[in-house]
Design a protein around this ligand. Sequence first.
Ligand SMILES: O=P(O)(O)OC[C@H]1O[C@H](O[C@H]2O[C@H](CO)[C@@H](O)[C@H](O)[C@H]2O)[C@H](O)[C@@H](O)[C@@H]1O
Ligand SMILES: O=c1ccn([C@@H]2O[C@H](COP(=O)(O)OP(=O)(O)O)[C@@H](O)[C@H]2O)c(=O)[nH]1
Length: 468
Amino acid sequence: MSRLIVISNRVSVPKAAGAAGAQGGLAVALNSALREHRGIWFGWSGQETEEFTGHLDMQRNNGVTTATIDLEPQDIDEYYNGYANRTLWPLFHYRIDLTEYDRNFGEGYERVNARFADSVLPLIEPDDLVWVHDYHLLPLGSMLRQKGVKNRIGLFLHTPWPPARLLVSLPFHERLVSSMLEYDVIGFQTAEWLGSFLHYVDKEMGLDVNEDGSIDYNGRRIVARAFPIGVDYKEFVEGGQSEEAKDAYDHLKASVRGRKVLIGVDRLDYSKGLGERFESFNRFLADNPDQAANVVLLQIAPPSRGDVASYQQIREDLERKTGHINGAHADVAFVPIRYVNRGYPRRQLAGFYRAADIGLVTPLRDGMNLVAKEYVAAQDAEDPGVLILSQFAGAALQLTDALQVNPHSIEHVSETIKRALEMPVAERRRRHEKLLASVRDEDVVHWRDEFVKTLFGKQDVEAGETAA
Ligand SMILES: O=P(O)(O)OC[C@H]1O[C@H](O[C@H]2O[C@H](CO)[C@@H](O)[C@H](O)[C@H]2O)[C@H](O)[C@@H](O)[C@@H]1O
Ligand SMILES: O=c1ccn([C@@H]2O[C@H](COP(=O)(O)OP(=O)(O)O)[C@@H](O)[C@H]2O)c(=O)[nH]1
């Protein structure tokens, strides 16, 4: 039986747990996937070392074996803070105004991908399935091929894929995309990102895309498909029944003293649309003075990628905006926005979500957005809250019974907040029932099984058959 070798930029091991990214959706999903499959999760520890040695730190925690390497400061600067988070991330989130093109970033990106390839090579056995994750590691598959790896190798991209007209602004874009064609399977979150990728392959590379979305290239067939990621539904619901979740629920409820709660939970990232969200809430308060003292926005926003200037900027902007809105609408016993720059364990989040009347998930662009799905999973089916969801989150394609909004339209979001607060319980239940079915049925187990089956190359094998 095949083992699974999962490779991602960051690995969520205790040693790296202090790192900001350990709370991202990718870490949550891969921990769940690996608990079910015999195999290894390989990547960067999140730590730096003076000189790269390639030393592998192997650990086993909660049923998951991890192998991590430390990186040099220059690697972290050029590969992670540089090419990954100052070039590809903004470009893939349609922000070419923030996209920086620096030759050193590109060189650092290739160097670290080569270091990943050299370090993981000894761990790969002939029958293993190799599953690479995200924009940090797009050329890794081709580097493994150059080292003679013949195994099935797949890539899953957790972010959006940009339209071809944006992607061509990236120097050496052809080289980057050609390198991706060494994978056997390329997975995207949604049909929209998949369509943009296939359009590029067709129009910019002149390759034939077959009707099923596969691409024939250099005598091999590459499968490109959408595999929308989900939450670990079972674990999340169990966590929601824990003491931590109940305490968090009681604590929040008691502190708002009967006010309605809107909740946002996002890494502090410009793609999450937090500035526009705060402006929309401000508009709601201004347009509905009779409601202003009856609502609270709880925004949990753990800092992320703090070494990158655009992230420092968004943090400053939000601090200013929060101060301004609170100054304008607060009274001696009440502030409308509770803006919290720290992360919480997911069991506590489950309690906060359940206590909130509205889940406000309004990214300007997001690969999927697991918070939207967690909010739905956490609700009381008899008296559920309302999900307000950006039409630009990958999750919008599945969660069609949410109140979908254009996050750029302050008026639209403000009016939708009003509509959600006034929504009768029958409509809330009806919408929640449909949302819950999608979140429950298209969970992380479904996502993992679909991808692994496709990577295994036998789409008719039963789920889990590749596990030991
Ligand atoms: O490791 P960081 O740089 O701190 O970033 C955290 C993660 O952010 C991104 O998450 C994406 O994956 C989610 C799960 O598929 C998806 O729901 C979300 O829309 C994406 O933004 C990033 O893609 C990950 O690599 C990072 O680990
Ligand atoms: O304080 C926090 C904030 C976020 N998260 C988790 O981080 C993930 C965020 O994933 P999402 O897909 O929404 O966005 P990403 O950060 O990956 O872009 C979700 O599972 C959240 O529950 C968390 O555990 N604690």
